[in-house]
Design a protein around this ligand. Structure first.
Ligand SMILES: [Zn+2]
Ligand SMILES: [Zn+2]
Length: 250
C-alpha cells in the first residue's frame, strides 16, 4: 500500500502546503482521503488521471478538506471521462446535503456519463475495493471521522483528520504502521479544535503506532521544532508531512 501526502496545509494559503488531502493506493485502486482546494493539482502531479480515481473519503466538511469536490465533479463532466468506472464518495451524515447544496449552486456538478455512488457512513468497518476501512468517531466537528485503513497484506495507516485529543484517536491508531495526525499548532500556542505535536505524540504512544507523521500546519508552526515536541512523548519515528511525500508500506 502506498500513501501519498497531497496536502499538508490548511485553510490559510501557503505556496508549499496545499489544504488537506492524501492518496491511498493499493495496486490500481486509488482513494483520496479529503480533497481540499488544490489537492487535485497535487493528484495530477503524481501522474494519475482522474479516470484512475475510485473513491473519496471525507473526514468532515470544513472547506479546507472538501473544496475540490466541486472541481472534481465538474472535471468528470469532461467527455474524456464518459463511461468511466463508478466513483464513490463517502463521509458521515451531511454528505448528501453538501452535494445537493453544491448542485443548487452549480448545476453543472451533477454526475453525467458515469455512476456516482454517495454513501453516508456511520462509525464501523467496511470494505472499499481491496482496502479494509474502519471509520472512527473523532472529536472536532459533529460529523468528524478518522479512517483506519488496512491493505490485503496487512499494512495499516490511520488518518486523524482534524482532531482534538480524544479516545477515538487511540482506537484509530492502535498498532498502526503509519499514523498521520493533525498537528496544527505548536505546543506553546495551542489552537481551538486541533492537536499539538505533544498531544499527537502522546496519542501515538498510547496507541502503539510505529511511525507518526505530523500534518495540517497552520502558520503558527513556522520555525518551531514540532518533531522534538512530538518526540518528547513518543519514542517511535516522527516526520513532518510535506506535499507529495510518499510512504511505501509493505
Ligand atoms: Zn476542520
Ligand atoms: Zn482542517
Amino acid at each position: 500500500m502506498r500513501v501519498t501526502v497531497l496536502g499538508s496545509g490548511t485553510a490559510v494559503p501557503n505556496p508549499e502546503r496545499f489544504p488537506a488531502g492524501y492518496l491511498v493506493s493499493e495496486g490500481d485502486f486509488h482513494a483520496l482521503i479529503d480533497i481540499g482546494s488544490g489537492v487535485l493539482r497535487r493528484y495530477a502531479a503524481t501522474g494519475l488521471d482522474l479516470s484512475d480515481l475510485d473513491a473519496v473519503l471525507l473526514t468532515h466538511y470544513h472547506t479546507d478538506h472538501c473544496a475540490d469536490l466541486a472541481i472534481l465533479l465538474f472535471a468528470l463532466r469532461n467527455p474524456r471521462y464518459l463511461n468511466r468506472p463508478a466513483l464513490r464518495i463517502l463521509g458521515h451524515a451531511g454528505l448528501k446535503k453538501l452535494l445537493e447544496d453544491l448542485r443548487q449552486a452549480w448545476p453543472w456538478v451533477s454526475a453525467k456519463g458515469y455512476d456516482l455512488q454517495v454513501d453516508e457512513i456511520a462509525p464501523g468497518s467496511f470494505q472499499l475495493g481491496p482496502l479494509e476501512i474502519e471509520a472512527v468517531r473523532i472529536e472536532h466537528t459533529a460529523e468528524s471521522l478518522g479512517y483506519r485503513i488496512r491493505s490485503p497484506s496487512g499494512e495499516t495507516v490511520a488518518f486523524s483528520g482534524d482532531a482534538v485529543d480524544c479516545p477515538g484517536l487511540r482506537e484509530l491508531a492502535r498498532d498502526v504502521d503509519l499514523f498521520i495526525c493533525d498537528s496544527a499548532f505548536p505546543d506553546e500556542e495551542p489552537g481551538i479544535g486541533h492537536m499539538t505535536p505533544g498531544e499527537a505524540g502522546r496519542a501515538a504512544s498510547d496507541a502503539g503506532a510505529k511511525i507518526l507523521c505530523l500534518t495540517h500546519f497552520y502558520p503558527e508552526c513556522e520555525g518551531r521544532d514540532l518533531i522534538a515536541q512530538a518526540e518528547a512523548s513518543f519514542s517511535g519515528q516522527v516526520l513532518m508531512a510535506e506535499d507529495l511525500m510518499v510512504f511505501e508500506l509493505s
